[in-house]
Structures are given as C-alpha cells and as structure tokens.
Design a protein around this ligand. Structure first.
Ligand code: AMP
Length: 437
C-alpha cells in the first residue's frame, strides 16, 4: 500500500514525502480510510506505531476541504495527557500541514497563558491541548467550542491513569453533539472503555469503528528486551558500568521519583558520565531545552520520571532503561515503546531488584513471555529474583512496594532463565498463583 492510494491531497502527500515516509504503517493503512469517511474510531495502538499521523493526516484532509474559521473558535481538538506530548503532536501537525493554509498550536500548563490567548483570537484549525489548561482558557473565554468538528483523545489510557477522567468529561459536555470522535489508547481498560462510551454515545455498540493494531499484550517485535537482576544499592554502579562497558551511544533512563532522578544524575557525574534529568519540578523551558539536547544527540543520557517522559518521541532512540521497574504492565509497554519506533531496532533493559518480583510477574504475564535475563560480571545479587509465574494475577492493585516483596519466594520456585519463553500453564502454575496472589 502507498500513501497515494489513501485519498490524501497533494499538499499532504508532499509533506509526507518531505519527511521521508515511504509506506503507511499498519495503523495508518487502517485508520486513515475510516477517519476520512467521517466515522468515529476507537483504536488500540501504542506509541511508535505511527498513530499520530494515522489521525492527523485524515483530519487535515477533512478540514482542509471546507475551511471556515471564526475568531476564538477551534475546529479540531486533540487532548493529550502531558505537555511534552502536546508539543510533539503539534509539531507533527505543523509538519504534516506545512503545504496547507491551516493553523495549529499547542496549549498546555506551566507557561504564560497570554501568548496562547493571543494566538487563539483568530481561531485555530487544530488545537492540541492538555485538559487543565484547555479548561482554564475556556473559563477565561479565550476560546469557544461551538464550532468544533473533531475530538481526538490521544493516549486515553494515560489520561485516565493520570486522573483526567473528570476533566475530560467536563470538556466533552461543552462540545457540540454533532462531531467526529477519535480515541487512541495503548490499552483498553474498563475505565478507558467507559470513557469511550461517554465520548461517543453508544460507541462500543454501533457507531464507532474499533481497530486493534497492537493487541494489548504485545510490544513492538523489533525491541530486544532483557533484564538484569540487581541489588537496589548497586543500580547506579551497574548503570555506569553498562554505559561505559557497552559504549552506549544513547539511553533514556526511567526512574520512579523526582529526587531519585537528580541523585542519579549526580552519581553518574561522579563516574564522568554526563547525564541530565527531566521531571515535573523542572520548568517547561528547561524541560524543552533538555529534550532538544537529547533529541539532537548533544545529551546522550536522559533520566526521566514516567510522566515527564511520556511525550518523548525521538526518531532513532536506540535504548530505554527501566532503572526502576514500573508498577503497571501498561507502563512497561509504553516505556519500551519509546524505542524500536516505526521499524527501527531498539533495546529495552530492565533493572529488577528483589522487591520488584510481583511487578515483574505482572509484566511478564501481560507480555505472555519471560523476559530474557543477562548476568553482568561483577554484579552478583544478594537476593535472588525468582523466575515469574506467567498466569500471575495481582490480588489488590495497590501501589505499595512493600506488598510487592516476594516474601514467600524460595529457590524451589525459581527456574533458570534459560527455560525459554513459553508461558507456564500447567497445574503448577495454578498452584503458584495461590502462593503469590
Ligand atoms: P507515533 O507512533 O505517532 O509516535 O510515531 C512514531 C514515529 O514514527 C514518529 O517519529 C513518526 O515521525 C514516525 N512515522 C510515522 N509514520 C511513519 C511512516 N509511515 N513511515 C516512517 N516513519 C513514520
């Protein structure tokens, strides 16, 4: 399939060509015709699959046909969970629409509202926004929704996870009923499905087309995933060792806490490794500068908390590191989706400490395979992490790290890593579920 068969106009095809895209990705091939036809769409697709172009290109095509724009009106609203993602999506909109006479911009918190209000005066064809700032601007009458034609919820699962559900519903209530609704989400939890149903009435029964590009249990196939079990107090030494010994050109390093991020940057610095960190406490300007340096290759190692890293899109990112394991399997899938993007090869390395055992079980159960383990000379572990139980079901999904300790782990449940990647499904697995649950 080629882009020219999809029914996009020449200025859009030219922009795609300028970017060097040769063929549509699977989500693009499937979603573009649906969106062009004006139908509602609910798509399961993780980042890295080309999902942004999958909705932006047909939106541009549709709204370019009949352009009428009044002051302070917006025709398309794309809601994103984070400022970084808003900026990134708006950059994509600008690139894809550069040969069209359409306007676009991003609005997000943490920066002065005045320049954003100024630009809204003339009206905007495509507005990318984080929910909080959008509501602020609407309260200040800087924009009106009465002429909105298309609503996109991007990374809907993430917005739900971040507690934006109520704000999104508030926004939806203010929108005209006759509009096209598009939702993209890496995973479809019950909460996301409920949101889909409220945003597109009866979405799940009739009106909306559902597409599942990447089943929720899978990750992009070109990501080499491996893990190292490590004692907590040796993680920074291990990271420094890997960066130097394996001559890493680049790494995006995920860490749990903001203060941990700053500390890790210091620890790496003491070993002559220059890194920087982005997290919620940094100003927007400094986050953007650090991201730009990382994208350009000036900064090779970036430490980020999960939320801050959400919107990062680096075309050629070769490696992500879970310095701290995420609590939720969806988060693991999101994180490693930062690498191996749009066909490029990538590597995802996880540091797994003894207390991460239940998280690891949940992640590997979701992936439906055991992540391959590597041992690094000089880093023996004091506390072994047993090999996971693949039909593991977490009993109470509370974020208490203490509850996650493999209190009853004994070596008799541990299998050597080399047992391969087959899901465990025999009676033993069921027994184990009771032991760990
Ligand atoms: P996304 O999933 O939207 O975050 O896109 C991931 C990356 O793939 C971005 O860097 C896009 O610029 C790139 N991309 C999107 N569509 C294509 C395509 N058809 N061919 C090559 N690269 C693409």
């Amino acid at each position: 399939m080629s882009f020219s068969n999809l029914g996009l106009c020449d200025p859009i095809l030219q922009a795609i060509d300028d970017l060097g895209y040769k063929t549509p990705t699977p989500i693009q091939g499937q979603a573009i015709p649906v969106i062009l036809s004006g139908k509602d769409l609910i798509a399961t697709a993780q980042t890295g699959t080309g999902k942004t172009a999958a909705f932006v290109l047909p939106i541009l095509e549709n709204i370019n046909k009949d352009r009428k724009l009044r002051g302070k009106r917006i025709r398309t609203l794309i809601l994103t969970p984070t400022r970084e993602l808003a900026v990134q999506v708006a950059d994509n909109v600008a690139a894809y629409s550069k040969h069209l006479g359409l306007t676009s911009m991003a609005v997000y918190g943490g920066v002065d509202t005045q320049p954003q209000k100024q630009r809204l005066i003339e009206g905007i064809d495509v507005l990318v926004a984080t929910p909080g700032r959008l509501i602020d601007l609407a309260h200040q009458r800087a924009l009106y929704f009465d002429e909105l034609e298309i609503l996109v919820l991007d990374e809907a699962d993430r917005m739900v996870d971040m507690g934006f559900g109520a704000e999104i519903n508030k926004i939806i209530e203010r929108l005209p009923e006759a509009r096209q609704n598009l939702m993209f989400s890496a995973t479809l939890s019950d909460d996301v499905l409920a949101l889909a149903d409220s945003f597109s009435e009866g979405a799940l029964d009739s009106r909306a087309v559902e597409l599942s590009i990447s089943p929720k249990t899978t990750t992009a196939p070109n990501i080499d995933q491996w893990l190292i079990t490590v004692d907590k107090d040796r993680k920074s030494a291990l990271l420094s060792h890997l960066i130097t010994d394996q001559a890493w050109d680049q790494a995006l390093i995920f860490i749990e806490k903001k203060h941990g991020a700053a500390k890790l940057v210091d620890q790496l610095g003491k070993r002559n490794i220059v890194a920087d960190a982005i997290h919620g406490d940094k100003s927007q300007a400094s986050r953007e500068k650090i991201l730009a340096d990382f994208k350009s290759g000036k900064l090779k190692y970036l430490v980020a908390t999960g939320v801050a890293a959400r919107g990062i899109d680096i075309g050629e990112l070769s490696r992500v590191v879970n310095y701290d394991m995420p609590f939720k399997p969806e988060e693991y899938i999101h994180r490693i989706g930062r690498t191996g993007r749009a066909g490029a090869a990538g590597e995802a390395i996880s540091f797994v400490a003894w207390g991460d055992f239940k998280n690891l079980c949940a992640i590997e159960s979701r992936l439906n395979h055991i992540i391959k383990r590597k041992e690094i000379d000089g880093f023996p572990v004091r506390k072994l992490v047993p090999v996971s139980i693949l039909n593991y079901v977490r009993k109470s999904p509370g974020p208490s790290p203490r509850a996650d300790r493999p209190d009853r782990a004994t070596s008799k449940h541990a299998r050597p890593a080399s047992t391969g990647s087959k899901p465990e499904s025999g009676p033993n697995a069921r027994t184990n579920k009771h032991i760990w649950g």
